[in-house]
Design a protein around this ligand. Structure first.
Ligand code: GLN
Length: 451
């Protein structure tokens, strides 16, 4: 049924870079056989899922939205894929994304943009616009995304879906093509909070192959959804993430959600995160710095594209011709920003200062969580903007991440849940909850109560 739906709407939505019809049908048939034979299977066995193309999939092309990886079929699976396969989930294919997960609109994909199913002229968010659009358009019941500065939560916000960035270290990054290793996390995208929790229960947990993986034993997130109760829960409204720049219709839905939570017994307070105003600047130094280092491995030798300059040339000539042709404009912009921020003489002024801001953001969160159990804000300042509206202005694109970036800098979990439609444009609005590190279960509880 999902493959039929994909065939019907993909021409308009373009959520997928690769649809794995044959292997999906074979995997589904295998699950049917095993179930008929009386085998005890995971409750999600046979349920289809879409995979963001930043995740390495054995036997399925993996490009991370870039021409430099066109045609690469990985010989191994990311840990999250191994876990999905073990539980019997059926992979429908790979979803579109901004090249190397750099962007907030999926327009930086080397394979053309994805369209928001709510309004095809608008962006589906980014970088994981393909995963969110696939779920919103009923092409897949749920999907995997990755979130470095909001790429799960902001697409969820603009497509009326649920998206959760786990605590840093909660889900293995092994086999996730790295953008910024200290910020990246894989997480679920779904239509309901319970679906997210069920999927998170499958993909989470310790992985010895990821050196930053936490060794915690995690509670069942599905249980947290079933036991949802906000009575007495202290919810801190983030003072800095409202007002100027936040669309009136977004704020209206936000305040309405707070009233609902208050009605259900939550205690609404206000908290301040004074360093948040510097978070975007710090993020756009740390992220490009790490990305410039991570992307150095695309050297024309080990993976994907190789461009031989006319008339031959040295190894260096081949590398630069390949990177010149293989990387898009945004990727090059960030590599240049990142190498500059890391270069001798500028390191302290840029990268060093950004790391100090990161510490301040972490301290702000620690102080806020002394007075609140969870924090809350709109997930992004506006509803889905028009395709093309911000492509010529990278800074205005970056500003869209104001509410999501702080959680990545602090390593804490965050969820975006649908909060209705904005009155002025009829487009989806998301509300974001943040919890202290390791308290992902708390987010599922409050999100489920609101749903
Ligand atoms: N929009 C942010 C960026 O461009 C976030 C990307 C992400 O989370 N992968 O860096």
């Amino acid at each position: 049924a999902h493959l039929d739906r994909i065939a019907a709407v993909e021409g308009a939505v373009h959520a997928f870079l690769h649809v794995a019809s044959d292997s999906a049908l074979a995997e589904a048939a295998d699950i049917d056989r095993r179930r008929a034979a009386g085998e005890q299977l995971h409750p999600l066995a046979g349920v289809p899922i879409a995979i963001k193309d930043v995740i390495v999939t054995k036997g399925m092309p993996t490009t991370s939205g870039s021409k430099i990886l066109e045609g690469w079929v990985p010989p191994y699976d990311a840990t999250v894929m191994t876990k999905l396969r073990a539980a019997g989930l059926v992979s429908l294919g790979k979803t579109n994304m901004d090249e190397f997960a750099m962007g907030s609109s999926t327009e930086h994909s080397a394979y053309g943009p994805t369209h928001n199913p709510w309004d095809l002229e608008r962006i589906p968010g980014g970088s994981g616009g393909g995963s969110a659009a696939a779920v919103a358009a009923f092409e897949a019941p749920f999907a995997l995304g990755s979130d470095t500065g909001g790429s799960i939560r902001q697409p969820a916000h603009v497509t009326g879906t649920v998206g959760l960035k786990p605590t840093y270290g909660g889900v293995s990054r092994y086999g996730a093509i790295a953008l910024a290793s200290s910020l990246d996390q894989i997480g679920p995208v779904s239509r309901t909070v319970l679906d997210s929790a069920l999927l998170h229960d499958v993909i989470g947990g310790h992985d010895p192959r990821d050196s930053t993986s936490l060794t915690d034993v995690w509670p069942s997130f599905a249980e947290a959804v079933r036991n949802a109760d906000v009575a007495g829960l202290r919810i801190g409204v983030i003072k800095e993430l409202q007002g100027d720049g936040f669309q009136p219709g977004v704020m209206e839905r936000f305040r309405e959600a707070l009233a609902l939570l208050e009605g259900a017994g939550a205690i609404i307070t206000e908290v301040e995160l004074p360093s948040v105003e510097h978070a975007i600047a710090a993020y756009y130094l740390i992220m490009p710095a790490e990305a410039s280092s991570n992307l150095a491995k695309f050297d024309s030798v080990r993976f994907g594209l190789r461009v031989n300059p006319k008339g031959g040339g040295t190894v260096e000539d081949v590398m630069s011709a390949t990177r010149e042709q293989g990387f898009g404009a945004e990727t090059k912009r960030r590599i240049i920003l990142g190498t500059y921020a890391l270069s001798a003489g500028y390191y302290d002024a840029y990268y060093g200062s950004a790391q100090k801001v990161r510490t301040l953001v972490q301290r702000d969160f620690a102080a806020a969580f002394a007075n609140a159990d969870v924090l809350v804000s709109p997930t992004a300042p506006t509803t889905a903007f028009k395709l093309g509206e911000k492509t010529g202005d990278p800074l205005s694109m970056y500003l869209n991440d104001i509410a999501t970036i702080p959680a990545n800098l602090a390593g804490i979990p965050g969820i975006s849940v649908p909060a209705g439609l904005a009155a002025e444009d009829g487009l989806p609005v998301g509300i974001q909850f943040l919890a202290p590190a390791r308290e992902d279960a708390r987010l599922y509880g409050v999100a489920a109560a609101l749903e």
